[in-house]
Design a protein around this ligand. Structure first.
Ligand code: SAH
Ligand code: SF4
Length: 435
């Protein structure tokens, strides 16, 4: 979502004459769009500003804005702690960035803009064209969270759940498709909690929205992330069966394989319910694959709880996962609990990641000498190689002297490493040669 937000920030400041630069020292204004989900993400912000101060030591100081969830959580404190920062702007206030910049320019004031104006934000953003022209684009449809898992800062930094109107989303999707997007990933902190009621009182769900997008001829692939298990509805499962453009991979964070820990986390589902959802999705879409998020060493996690997580991984065979040691976040309920021994937590994480890596390698090996359908996104820098993703989000790299950007091609896989599959072009699917 931060990537989507960064692109929208750029759309907002373009009319003021700002463009992006790859050369740090050329920047007149430096926007650091931040994440607050774990402590390390926050530390990185101060580290980056330290680096910036050094780089600009003998040059005119650029305007420095910190946006995103760290700005929301730390706001005034940040301005006091680090004088190099000119403004902090929360994730629901970034539509105000043009006026924040003007105010800093004019009055040399420090500016704090951290209100929750999510409706106003999207109203303002709708007036600014989305100029993102990537083959694969993100589109935020839902923001915030009302679930309050005990470990998580999102409900505090992104605010309560809000779903954008169906019409706004369709207009933005059209812009992206006209700009060349062949794939759209619908985004939300709980994207499958999407629910929009129009003026006539009709309610639209994520499944309804996907079926609307399905009608766009030039849009070839649809994805959505991140889903909460409790919001996987029957009609969403049915959509996986009926909508061929909906890709057969679902990121469904589970956090832990132990029902006791899930309960302590306030996840509101147990592990049997999680298995049932997976089973129903597999019945609807037999080739569907799953990826997940894991939190290791949550307060109260015993060796037995951890083994239940390993057990779950063995049963579901996730193809890609994010796993981290639990990070205590200020203001959350879990921050009052006693942490498990950090050495034990780290050892468990290493063990879990080794199992995930082994499964991933076995899964990738299964691609050898087989074909997979890839949408190519971009050329690799200074090489005649193209990067794309197959239906399951595996990254695939292919050598080609011709531009493959925007094409969907069958690729025969002949090698792999921990991050990518490598192959050769097998066939040109003429139907997809729209680019
Ligand atoms: N809404 C999604 C997840 C959004 S947060 C869901 O509920 O599934 C993204 C991920 O960050 C979470 O799935 C979780 O694994 C991780 N995360 C959140 N808070 C964390 C914390 N305090 N420590 C470690 N990981 C955390
Ligand atoms: Fe955080 Fe997801 Fe839980 Fe919401 S549902 S509190 S975003 S982990």
């Amino acid at each position: 979502m931060n990537e989507y937000d960064s692109n929208r920030i750029l759309d907002l400041v373009k009319p003021m004459g700002y463009v992006t630069t790859d050369n740090l020292l050329d920047a007149d204004c430096y926007v650091l769009n931040t994440c607050h989900i774990r402590e390390k993400a926050t530390d990185k912000v101060y580290h980056d500003i330290g680096r910036l101060k050094k780089e600009f030591k003998n040059k005119k100081k650029p305007m420095v804005l910190v946006t995103g969830c760290v700005a929301q959580a730390e706001n005034e404190e940040m301005l006091n702690r680090e004088k190099y920062i000119d403004g902090v702007v929360g994730p629901q206030s970034y539509h105000q960035i043009p006026s924040v910049i003007k105010e800093i320019e004019k009055r040399k004031n420090k500016v704090n803009s951290t209100e929750f104006d999510v409706i106003e934000k999207f109203d303002s953003l709708n007036l600014v064209r989305n100029t993102n022209s990537k083959v694969s684009s993100f589109l935020t449809i839902q923001e915030g969270c009302d679930k309050f898992c005990h470990f998580c800062v999102v409900p505090y930094t992104r605010g309560p759940e809000h779903s954008r109107s169906l019409d706004e989303i369709i207009i933005e999707a059209k812009q992206l498709i006209n700009n060349g997007s062949k794939e759209i990933t619908l985004l939300g902190q709980n994207v499958n909690a999407y629910e929009y009621k129009n003026k006539a009182g009709n309610i639209f769900s994520l499944a309804d929205l996907i079926m609307k997008l399905n009608e766009f001829k030039d849009l070839k692939r649809i994805r959505y992330t991140t889903s909460h298990p409790n919001d996987v509805t029957k009609d969403l499962i049915e959509t996986h069966k009926s909508c061929q453009k909906l890709m057969p991979i679902l990121h469904l964070p589970v956090q832990s394989g132990s029902s006791k820990i899930l309960n302590a986390m306030n996840r509101k589902h147990n592990i049997l319910e999680y298995h049932k959802i997976i089973e129903n999705l597999r019945i609807a879409k037999p080739d569907i694959k799953f990826s997940s998020d894991f939190i290791i060493g949550y307060p109260g996690e015993t060796e037995d709880d951890f083994n239940q997580t390993l057990n779950l991984i063995d049963k579901v065979q996730f193809i890609n996962s994010y796993s981290f040691v639990y990070s205590s976040r200020p203001g959350t309920s879990a921050s009052k609990l006693n942490n498990v021994d950090q050495e034990i937590a780290k050892k468990r994480l290493i063990k879990l990641q080794a199992v995930l890596e082994k499964n991933n390698s076995k899964y990738k090996e299964g691609f050898l000498n087989k074909s997979t359908e890839v949408l190519f996104e971009n050329k690799l820098e200074k090489q005649d190689k193209y990067f794309g993703r197959d239906k399951f989000l595996n990254s695939v790299i292919v050598q080609s002297s011709k531009d493959l950007t925007g094409q969907i091609l069958d690729i025969k896989i002949n090698a792999f490493n921990h991050s990518s599959l490598f192959g050769t072009i097998l066939s040109n699917d003429k139907r997809n040669f729209a680019a």
